[in-house]
Design a protein around this ligand. Sequence first.
Ligand SMILES: Cc1cc2nc3c(=O)[nH]c(=O)nc-3n(C[C@H](O)[C@H](O)[C@H](O)COP(=O)(O)OP(=O)(O)OC[C@H]3O[C@@H](n4cnc5c(N)ncnc54)[C@H](O)[C@@H]3O)c2cc1C
Length: 483
Amino acid sequence: MDPDTDFDVIVVGAGPTGLTLANELGLAGVRAVVLEKLPERTGQSKALNLQPRTAEMLDMRGWLEPVLDRAVARLPAGHFAGMPLAYDAFDTPFPYQVGIPQARVEEFLEERLAASGGAPVLRGYELTAVAQDAAGVTATVTGPDGPRRLRAAWLVGADGGRSRVRKELGVGFPGRDGRYSMVVADVVLARDAGLPTDWQLPRFDPSDEGAFLIPLGDDTYRFLFGGPEQQKVDRDAPVTEDEVRAALRPVGGVVPRLREVRWASRFTDASRQAERYRTGRVLLAGDAAHIHLPAGGQGLNLGVQDAFNLGWKLAAVVRGRAPEELLDTYHAERHPVGVGVLKNTRAQGVMMVPDEDVLALRDIVTDLVALPEVNRHLAGMISGLGIRYAVPGAPAHPLLGARMPGVRLPDGRGALVGHPAAGPDELLRPWRDRVALTAAADGDQDLVLVRPDGYVAWAGTDGTGTGDDSLRAALTRWFGPGD
Ligand SMILES: Cc1cc2nc3c(=O)[nH]c(=O)nc-3n(C[C@H](O)[C@H](O)[C@H](O)COP(=O)(O)OP(=O)(O)OC[C@H]3O[C@@H](n4cnc5c(N)ncnc54)[C@H](O)[C@@H]3O)c2cc1C
């Protein structure tokens, strides 16, 4: 590493994406720092759920239990534009959505980062410029003591939809602006009969202008609305208490009585994606790389999963274990996943337009979504369970590129899952610092090489013998040369 660098990696943004990435880098002993422009956490709830695949990934690291302790509810299903999706058709220990406000997920990630001696989170530090050369990246930062420069080998922009990093790089953000403007508010309501008390899937009723109340506990509710009034207001105009009160409509025959607006903000169905996730030594992740309607509850999950994909690869490059080209697989794998989410959120947006013709389409699609195969397809898309990465060069296998449910990778190393009788021990020895040997469940005959993010990089019945060098090749490709 360049002796002049202050850090291996600068992470810009302490949202769920930046904090997950910082934790991942910490597992590998990478010297990182997180810069966050806000002096303190806002406590805004924003996202309310973890999809099953995110739950699996947190569990793989042993982080799910403390997250569940902070959760509010479990939703037994997902939804596509309000049409229920069953997650129990998948082989997953978590066939449900974890109901948890985003602020609590961030709180956990930051506490874990501090407890593990990981990257410091510097609050009140705003990145204002980025420049890179062959040896590293220089970030100009305005902090409490004025401007300063920080130098690192790599920088990751996890700085949200209006990403300064993305703009500094000049990376295109094609897509379209929002067509509808909506308000999200956390409100405290007077306790009245008729108000919902349990979390539930958003229902679609064309007459209620998208207004929806989700109970968060302690008389606090997530209130979403976007009627004709909201379309006349500037996107950056503050939301007033009167605007929120006027939008509250009868629930169970009673108009909810507003006690307090905790926070409120506007959002739109704007849909854009960065044209490249890597520009030399700078990478983009989370909302900095993609924005879309929060339909189905996917944005936070997409960002956290970006971070799980990028973290171990960046750590391997920083530590000189893998060539820089490994980072190109981050774009190759995650950009298409983002394309899919943008596509399904746009489709959901159309399906929620209160128009007679859309209602006719919706009736037909509702019937289709009830068909098990269609339901499973959409559930795989929204939950993240259906993700399957292309793995060029490896022999075909039903598991290749798919997630490996139930695998534990607490220290961030990969794993070779198999029976000792299959004889992989000797072959694996030069990679044992990066890949653990894990016993397969009884009855599983195949050897499966699992990457640190829980996806299958190679699978086969042997791969260790003469004439089949494919396992060794996969180990080298994903984990670098053996010692
Ligand atoms: C109303 C609403 C409901 C949603 N519901 C869901 C849901 O149910 N499920 C779901 O999965 N997702 C949901 N989302 C989306 C989710 O909130 C986002 O996808 C998520 O916050 C993205 O996380 P991030 O870390 O990438 O970005 P952010 O959370 O935006 O974090 C970026 C951080 O970077 C900081 N930053 C910005 N610029 C700079 C700078 N120049 N220097 C230093 N720091 C900087 C910001 O202050 C911020 O803390 C919802 C979003 C909205 C608006």
